[in-house]
Design a protein around this ligand. Structure first.
Ligand code: RP5
Length: 181
């Protein structure tokens, strides 16, 4: 998939821990191979004009990056974190364990039972909201819903965003036909 030309999205840089985030939402994924499943999330954030950053943070291959990211997120100005991982999928749960920011988990594919299992079985005291997974590249209900849930959280203190979110839901309702064919 191509690098999208986002107005509200900013790519995560290697010195992220030294600078304030330009986003309210941090979208991270365990591998570049997750990107086709997560672009519906970032596209939805862009559509709603929500500033976000996005990049790769792996729990297993870059554990220090993951810890730095989660521990600095609040201070850097993020309000919500969306984390996607497949396979063993420790990223969402470990990030949630290192921050008090609301953390939303997305599986690349909902059929990835190992990933889903790791996201829905957090121990008491460490909340993580599992949003769902997708059925294929570019088709991820969980990714879209994670963006919308982040929007709902941010809209509690942003009336303009609330209007855009209501408009999104109105458009969705209007797009559903009555006929089956
Ligand atoms: C996880 O393992 C990633 O989130 C990805 O979903 C899966 C496979 O990663 P790659 O081997 O394709 O990099 O860590």
């Amino acid at each position: 998939m191509e690098n999208p030309d986002y107005k509200y999205g900013h790519a995560l840089l290697s010195d992220f821990h030294l600078v304030d985030s330009q986003g309210k939402v941090g979208v991270i994924m365990g591998s570049r191979s997750d990107w086709p499943y997560m672009q519906p999330c970032t596209d939805t954030l862009e559509q709603l004009k929500i500033p976000f950053e996005f990049g790769v943070v792996s729990a297993h291959r870059t554990p220090e990056r993951m810890t730095d990211y989660a521990r600095s997120a609040h201070e850097r100005g993020l309000h919500v974190i969306i984390a996607c991982a497949g396979g063993s999928a420790h990223l969402p749960g470990m990030v949630a364990s290192e921050t008090t920011l609301p953390t939303l988990a997305v599986a690349p594919k909902k059929s990835d039972e190992h990933a889903v299992g790791s996201m829905i079985a957090m121990p008491s005291g460490k909340p993580l909201a599992y949003m769902g997974g997708g059925s294929g590249p570019g088709k991820n209900a969980g990714a879209v819903n994670a963006a919308l849930m982040a929007a709902s959280i941010l809209a509690l203190s942003d009336e303009k965003l609330l209007e855009r979110l209501q408009s999104y839901h109105n458009d969705l309702r209007e797009s559903v036909p009555y006929t089956c064919f």
